[in-house]
Design a protein around this ligand. Sequence first.
Ligand code: HDE
Length: 707
Amino acid sequence: MAKAKRPNGSTGGVATVHDQKLARGEGGELHQIAAGDVPVLTTAQGGPVSDDQNSLKIGPRGPTLIEDFHFREKIFHFDHERIPERVVHARGYGAHGFFENYKSLSKYTRADLFQREGERTPAFVRFSTVAGSKGSVDLARDVRGFAVKLYTQEGNWDIVGNNIPVFFIQDAIKFPDIIHAVKEEPDCAFPQAQSAHDNFWDFISLTPESMHMIMWVMSDRAIPRSFRFMEGFGVHTFRLVNAKNESTFVKFHWKPKLGLQSVLWNEAVKINGADPDFHRRDLWTSIKSGNFPEWELQLQLFDQNFADGFEFDVLDPTKLIPEELVPPIPVGRLVLDRMPDNFFAETEQVAFMTQNVPPGIDFSNDPLLQGRNFSYLDTQLKRLGSTNFTHIPINAPKCPFAHFQQDGHMAIRNPVGRANYQPNSFGEGPRESPQRGFTSFADVEEGPKRRLRAESFADHYSQARQFFISQTMGEQRHIANALTFELSKVKTPVIRERMISHLLNIDETLANKVGTALGLKNMPKPADAAMPTRQDLEPSPALSIVEKGPQRFEGRKLGILITEGTDAAILNALKAAVAKAGATFEIIAPTVTGAGASDGSWIDADQMIDGGPSVLYDAVALLAAEGAMDDLMQESTARDFVADAYAHCKFIAYVETALPLLEKAGVMSEDLDEGCISLAGAKEAKAFVEELGKLRVWGREPNVKLP
Ligand code: HDE
């Protein structure tokens, strides 16, 4: 039931109808008011309810009566609370915001939102994982959906993208197969939200076109630190079309203002246990505390000439155009500044569709995009249950609209007047507009009607190799480890071997490393390749997360472990430095109430140690005081806090009295590296926070044996 506003001044006051006191809520709706100004509970029909604790019975121990319409209605509605979850991207989290255009792009597109400098267009964005169901964990190794709905003045424009710029398959007809293969196996219904199983790798090992995407999903891109630190990509080549009907090809990129960041796999696994909602909590907390995440929209623009000369087909969604070759141009920013009031109404019911484009944006012949344009309408009807899903506020356009579509289930907005067709003699209703209306780019197409795959789509390994060699040594190690882990979960040896045979076409060292780690006795022969792997593609630094690290701690979180007697001056210096860096902190203590500081002040805690493991933080500070050390060192969670932070290559600050905890956690004096910083006073605390912009101490990683 909607929360009633107390009857006071501006929102309406109190009216008396038939002895019932009524008050107007914020939306103007009337609520019945009980004694003491609490709204009266009603049925959905508005009838006041006298007893919501007991169903209607004959006698205190007798049968329940079917005439209990209140009970019937309440249970009926409850039984129908669920709608089908999305068949893919079921787990997601969304937020409202706006897109702000930097300058007019009229040279390239007539799309209204790009015409005027500084123009703001309302936006709703939904981030998601692909494979897991609605209740699955946030840190699954998976592609992340990055779907943006822009409520433009010429209709809704949905850029339904991912955080990875390429895809598994080249033709939409294979989508059901790849998705069946990655989801839980149909007989046993596990594993959920994981690609580490036979069916997935069976399909992949039989589908060479997936190899480029596989490099991305085995990289740290598939375990992002948060939605705020992810890139988004439209993936396909689209067209911008200007008022003169000239077309420019375009690829859409969303670049996070705070930079890219991912976690380690060992960390991801532990985050899933400690806080399965880690990503949604992060977005909620940031936006609620006024730290609005922001992305820049950048466009890779190119013409037919470039497309004809490029070594890969720009219509092939398993390929990207290196940013060094076509540098993305910043054209605007996307800011998320408001969480939905109701998750179901907005995030669950939002209906994204690739076919939602305004005049001035058009499709290319990418066969995956063409198939998607067909698919998304069906899915909305299935999920939302009516052709009138655009009547739901989150899906309704925010510009004037008028058409003759009518009736159907749950028709909320109904036309008035006589003429429900056009042309009509009554001068009623809207008419089409050749000038303003959407016109497709008049491309000329010809060819035999056949089921074909273009020859120009045949190179499956060269860009996979280019991605791999563009990674830092550490990132390459993570890819090898991820492949080893995933394939170790595959029970059918031939699938493992088949995968290694593909890796041999990508990078021999990688293949050997994974093969050895899997204990393969004999290396297989390289897979038959439609085209040999090109060795001449230069590394593209833009493909590495670490190479383009933000060098800022802004938007990140420090975990500060305190005890009774923690040095107040150091704590306060840390807090101040963190605030200055635009970051946040949480206090972790032996009890959730907190502890007394050295100066007699009280420190409130956010977490007790069991609930605040270090995997939830980007860096940690150990401010344990001497008197508390004996107890602390007995706690396995306190030892894990330190051991994990060290193993995950995080910066660790410690006061002298906390050193024994480091040792107890297995971090000996000879292990203390440049990322372990001793805090003697406020000055060092400040210097420590300045170091945090490096985010991780990657140099430590090769020497670390994970706990
Ligand atoms: Fe989707 N996809 N997809 N997809 N997709 C859906 O639509 C589909 C593809 C993507 O937060 C569904 O409303 C087909 C690529 C996102 O609500 C469905 C094909 C990319 C979301 C569907 C693809 C995406 C979806 C399920 C192969 C990245 C979540 C529920 C041709 C560029 C949107 C829904 C949200 C959702 C179909 C491939 C991104 C079934 C047939 C490639 C981010 O219609």
